[in-house]
Design a protein. Structure first.
Length: 326
C-alpha cells in the first residue's frame, strides 16, 4: 500500500458492526464533512457496498467543499480486527462475520485510483492523536480508547508499532488479575473486563443489588439494576451519588494498575485516554497520577502526562485519514 504525500484532503472511514462513518479530512486533521450509513454485517458484498457508498458520498461533498477542487489524496479505513495492516485483509471480525479473510483494501482499490490503507481502530485512533491531537509534539505515544471495549495503540516516531505479524498493541487484553472474570477474548482478568463501559455498568449493578443502598443509579435505571449502563453511572456521579463515586474510584484503581504495567514496559512520552468511559473518568485522572508510583517501578512515572484524547466520537474518521499520512 502506497504512502500518501503532501497535504491534500483524505477520506477517513470508520467501519463498525452496525454503521459506516466517513469524513473529509484535511492535512491538519480537521474534519470538514462527515456522514453515516448503516452497515450490512451479514453479507460481504452488501457490507462492501455500504463502505463504497459512504466513500462516494464524501467524494461528492469534496467537490462542493470550499477550499478544495474535489481532489483526494488517499483513503484510510478503520476496520474491525483481527486484520493484517500490511495487506489490508480483514481476517475474522466477530462483529462482521461475513468478512472472513476479506481483502478490504484490494476491493476498495478496485473502485478508486487512490492509495488505500486499512488498520484497526485502536491503532488508527492512536496515530490520529499522535499526528494531530493530544499527542502532537510527543515522540512516543500510548493511546487507549475506553468504551464498549478497550482498544489501544502504540506510536513510535509517528509510526504505529504493529509487531511481527501486525497483531501488537492489544493492550486492552493485558491481564491484571489471572483469577478475574473471563473476557470475550477468552482470557481471564483483562483490563477490558474491569474498566470498559459494560464492566463499569456490571459492577454498579452488582453493588446496587448487594447493598440495597439508595442510589441515583437505580433511579436512572427505573428501579431495574439489570438495566444500569455506564452512562447512568456517570450521570449519577455528576449528581453527587456516593455509590457511583465508589464504582468509578475502583475503576480508576484498575486503570492505575494497568497503566503502571504500560509505563514499566514502554515508558511512553505521553499516555492518552479517549472514549466515552474515559470522559466519565476524567475527574479521577489525578487519582491515577497520585497512585501510579505504587504500581510502577519506574521512578519517573509521574513525569509522563496522562491526558484526554482530542478526538471523541470522530476518532475513527480521523484515524482512518491518519493512516494515509505515514
Amino acid at each position: 500500500m502506497t504512502q500518501v504525500s503532501g497535504n491534500g484532503y483524505l477520506i477517513g472511514v470508520d467501519v463498525g458492526g452496525t454503521k459506516v462513518a466517513a469524513g473529509l479530512v484535511n492535512g491538519d486533521g480537521e474534519i470538514s464533512f462527515q456522514m453515516r450509513t448503516p452497515m450490512a454485517a451479514n453479507n460481504a458484498a452488501a457490507g462492501l457496498a455500504a463502505v463504497i457508498s459512504a466513500i462516494d458520498a464524501v467524494r461528492a461533498a469534496a467537490h462542493s467543499h470550499p477550499g478544495t477542487d474535489g481532489s483526494i489524496s488517499g483513503i484510510g479505513i478503520c476496520a474491525p480486527g483481527p486484520l493484517d495492516p500490511r495487506t489490508g485483509i480483514v481476517i475474522n471480525p466477530p462483529n462482521l462475520p461475513a468478512w472472513r479473510n476479506f481483502p478490504l483494501a484490494a476491493e476498495i482499490s478496485k473502485n478508486y485510483s487512490l492509495p488505500v490503507r486499512v488498520d484497526n481502530d485502536g491503532n488508527a485512533a492512536a496515530l490520529a492523536e499522535a499526528l494531530w491531537g493530544a499527542g502532537r509534539g510527543f515522540r512516543n505515544v500510548f493511546c487507549a480508547t475506553i468504551g464498549t471495549g478497550i482498544g489501544t495503540g502504540i506510536v513510535f516516531d509517528r509510526h504505529i508499532y504493529h509487531g511481527r505479524t501486525g497483531a501488537a498493541g492489544e493492550g486492552g487484553h493485558m491481564t491484571i488479575d489471572y483469577r478475574g472474570p473471563r473476557c470475550g477474548c477468552g482470557k481471564r482478568g483483562c483490563i477490558e473486563v474491569f474498566a470498559s463501559g459494560p464492566a463499569i455498568a456490571r459492577r454498579a449493578s452488582e453493588r446496587v443489588a448487594e447493598t440495597n443502598r439508595a442510589s441515583t443509579i437505580l433511579d436512572e435505571a427505573g428501579g431495574r439494576s439489570d438495566r444500569i449502563t455506564s452512562e447512568m453511572v456517570g450521570r449519577a456521579y455528576a449528581a453527587g451519588d456516593q455509590l457511583a463515586k465508589e464504582v468509578l474510584e475502583e475503576t480508576a484503581l484498575f486503570l492505575t494498575v494497568w497503566l503502571g504495567n504500560i509505563v514499566d514496559l514502554l515508558e511512553p512520552d505521553v499516555m492518552i485516554l479517549g472514549g466515552g468511559a474515559a470522559s466519565m473518568l476524567l475527574p479521577f485522572f489525578d487519582q491515577v497520577r497520585e497512585q501510579l508510583p505504587i504500581w510502577c517501578v519506574n521512578s519517573h512515572c509521574q513525569d509522563i502526562p496522562l491526558i484526554s484524547a482530542h478526538y471523541g466520537a470522530d476518532a475513527g474518521i480521523a484515524g482512518g485519514a491518519a493512516l494515509c499520512r505515514t
